[in-house]
Design a protein around this ligand. Structure first.
Ligand code: FES
Ligand SMILES: [Fe+2]
Length: 390
């Protein structure tokens, strides 16, 4: 798990002026909209005596009020009122909680969980088709009981389709003709790598999808990453009918993940909105069916986290993008952005200490009540990464 990236918090429509508690990177946050409708995300732990701000309420002055003794915090995390001191009391500078930059984008609320100044922050994965003519978006979320890196690596794996997905492969029945074809590099950028490839896929049997793919044969698909927790998958059912899926994953902790899937399609769109809404629902059900095929396999992977050394697996040439993804993670670990989950677990086990993901304001103001979450020390140099088993 890495700080200094954008994480999905909830769907845009879910967030109101009623505070909610969300858990990301093994930390609790309070999310709410201020009086102008702007999303806010703060560390959930009140610095007075540990009240959960998410149990409080939003006030007319745009603050969130702690349910324990009524302290009020702005969307910048600054305490503006300590009622027990009287209405005109001066508020100590240390009375503040971590507050994170937020954005409404692609039907989701995102928060930047880290302390980098704006100009240094890695971007949110772009969705070029979003709100463009001929494309329609749906958003859906689901939780999985596995680590987000296992989830991302599964999405980057061209060899699992043949065995895991009835819609994309032949369940190994055509093994004599089967192999993973050439992976063409695609959408490589500063924050990740991707590929497209062509493979044999069966005709689609689902009543809706079979309209788009009646015959079996060559199909194009691919996927890639953007940061540690954003990834895309393109499924080209034919030359012109495309599904482009963008996954934004929020590690709840090292063993559970919330997946936010923004699905863009240039097919199954009609002139009638009621029918489009019906098709949206069917596409979402379809996506959940495909995801359930992955979940069944990935939740049983061992070890639960990817092994720290590639010598403890036998990676093949078609695992190239997985290896490239791990290379990127190593780069971010070198910068000191990787949370030390072992130390974090030890701290949590003590039950008398709580940490916070440091927010950008910690770069200027030095006195904070909560300790920052532990990170692995910045590394001098990345370990060389083996390309594939020999
Ligand atoms: S614990 Fe929040 S006001 Fe006292
Ligand atoms: Fe899959």
């Amino acid at each position: 798990m890495y700080m200094n990236f954008w994480y999905p918090v909830c769907e845009t429509a879910e967030l109101t002026d009623k505070p909610i508690r969300v858990r990301i990177l093994k930390h609790d946050f309070v999310a709410f909209r201020d009086s102008e409708g702007k999303p806010a995300l703060l560390a959930d732990t009140c610095v007075h005596r540990g009240g959960a701000l998410s149990g409080g309420k939003c006030m007319d002055d745009g603050t969130v009020q702690c349910p324990y003794h009524g302290w009020r915090f702005t969307t910048d995390g600054v305490c503006t009122r300590i009622p027990s001191l009287g209405i005109s009391a001066k508020i100590p500078a240390r009375a503040r909680v971590d507050a994170y930059p937020t954005l409404d984008k692609y039907g989701l609320v995102f928060a930047f969980l880290g302390d980098l100044p704006e100009e240094e922050r890695p971007p949110i994965m772009p969705i070029e088709e979003y709100e463009t003519d001929g494309w329609r978006a749906t958003v859906q979320t689901f939780n999985v009981n596995y680590n987000y890196e296992r989830s991302i690596e599964n999405g980057l794996d061209p060899a699992h389709n043949e065995y895991v997905h009835s819609t994309h492969g032949y369940n190994g029945e055509k093994e004599e003709e089967y192999q993973v074809n050439e992976l063409e590099p695609y959408k490589n950028n500063d924050w990740g790598f991707g590929f497209m490839h062509t493979f044999d896929a069966p005709p689609l049997k689902n009543w809706l999808m079979k309209r788009f793919r009646k015959e079996g044969g060559k199909m194009q698909a691919g996927s890639g990453t953007y940061g540690p927790n954003h990834m895309w998958t393109y499924i080209h059912l034919s030359e012109t009918m495309h599904m482009h899926q963008y996954m934004f994953e929020a590690p709840i902790d090292e063993a559970t993940t919330k997946v936010f899937l923004v699905n863009l399609r240039n097919m199954a769109i009609t002139k009638r909105e009621w029918l489009n809404k019906f098709l949206d629902k069917k596409i979402k059900e379809r996506n959940m069916f495909v995801a359930s095929e992955d979940i069944k396999v990935v939740e049983k992977l061992e070890p639960k986290l990817t092994p720290p050394s590639t010598t403890k697996e036998m990676l093949m040439p078609h695992d190239r993008v997985v290896i490239q993804y791990r290379g990127k993670l190593k780069e971010w670990e070198q910068k000191g952005w990787r949370l030390d989950y072992q130390q974090l677990n030890e701290i949590k086990a003590q039950a008398d200490v709580i940490t916070a993901i440091p927010c950008p304001a910690r770069r200027e103001a030095k006195a904070w009540v909560l300790d920052p979450a532990p990170v692995y020390g910045a590394l001098p140099e990345a370990e060389p990464i083996r390309e594939a088993a020999e």
